[in-house]
Design a protein around this ligand. Structure first.
Ligand SMILES: [Zn+2]
Length: 109
C-alpha cells in the first residue's frame, strides 16, 4: 500500500519506527542493567560449578555466569522494548515520514 504526504502530496514516504527504535534501545539498556544485577547470582552459580576445577575454574565460572546474565538480560530487554515500541508506533505515534518535506503522519486513523 502506498501513501502520499498529507502536507505536500509527495509519494516519497518512508517508515519511521521511532517507538520501536527507542523501545529497543531503552529495553536493551534496562535489560542489560537488570541482567547485570542478576549476574551476581549467575556468577555465584558459575563459581559453584567451577569450584570442581579449582581456583581457575571458580574464576572462569564466575566470569561466564556474569557474562551470560548480562547478555541474556540485554537480549530479553531489547526484544521486550521493541515489542512495546512497535505498539506505540501503531497506536500512538506517527509511523510514516515524508521524505520530501519531513512531515510525519500516521498510516491509519
Ligand atoms: Zn511532504
Amino acid at each position: 500500500m502506498s501513501y502520499s504526504c498529507p502536507d505536500c502530496g509527495s509519494e516519497s514516504i518512508i517508515d519511521c519506527h521511532t517507538g520501536r527504535n527507542v523501545g529497543s534501545v531503552t529495553g536493551g539498556v534496562a535489560g542489560t542493567a537488570s541482567g547485570i544485577a542478576g549476574a551476581s547470582s549467575g556468577a555465584s552459580a558459575g563459581m559453584a560449578a567451577g569450584a570442581f576445577g579449582g581456583p581457575v575454574g571458580i574464576a572462569l565460572g564466575g566470569l561466564a555466569g556474569a557474562l551470560l546474565g548480562g547478555l541474556a538480560g540485554g537480549v530479553t530487554g531489547t526484544l521486550a522494548g521493541a515489542k512495546i515500541g512497535e505498539k506505540l508506533d501503531q497506536h500512538v505515534l506517527d509511523d510514516l515520514e515524508c521524505d520530501h518535506c519531513g512531515h510525519t503522519f500516521r498510516s491509519h486513523n
